[in-house]
Design a protein. Sequence first.
Length: 261
Amino acid sequence: MTELAGLKVLVTRPEGQAQGLMDKLSALGAVPFHFAAIEILEPRDTVGLKNLIGRLATFDWAIFISPNAVARAFGLMHGWGQEWPAQVRIAGIGRGSARELKRFGLTDVLVPLGRFDSESLLALEPMHKVTGQRFVIFRGEGGRELLGDTLETRGAHVEYAECYRRGAPAADVSVLLRVWARLGLDVVTLTSSEGLHHLYNVLGQVGRHWLAKTPLVVVGPRMKEACLVLGLEGPVIVAEGADDEAIIAALVTWRTGENPL
């Protein structure tokens, strides 16, 4: 299969989280490059997080916003010697979160079909009849409030378990700039608004000029709007989710000229 033959793709996932996507791209004939546009760091308030996780059994639902939220939450739980309470139902925003939960032995997970975002999860029937139910949302620091606010409007009680934070990249941007200058890049994949802004900030004037002209694959319409605000003029392809499959599907659709955007 060579749908992406010769396509030079910049993958901006954090360190340790890019290889799977890069291997899939290579299998389709693409030429992937990696630059970590974001770094996943420990949360600032581990004491408050530990206290909340200690009360997990008091919740009806736990929602995981991302695979990072799953990995961090269960890593901390195991480190503190705590098991998942079986009576707490679980939901995830996308397939990546569901796969990460399966890695920890949890398979009964509510996940939206089609687009993978808060709006799609909120549209599911179990998220409507929630009066009096208690929800804990595992996320990074400073995440969107839409999910929690909507559930509270529907009568639920919501708390947040902020189990990681996002930081500016620690990678050497000069390596990326040399690759871009020498070989060029055909498309850049970005899976978070923070990653988009961190990449934009570290590229410098010349790198921003290249980024502005390069097609971008992003996750959701909010990221597309953020690209426009930054003055990025190249095509913006919106993937249906942040997982590898959604990113590759968006690239293949765009490459074959079927992208409706």
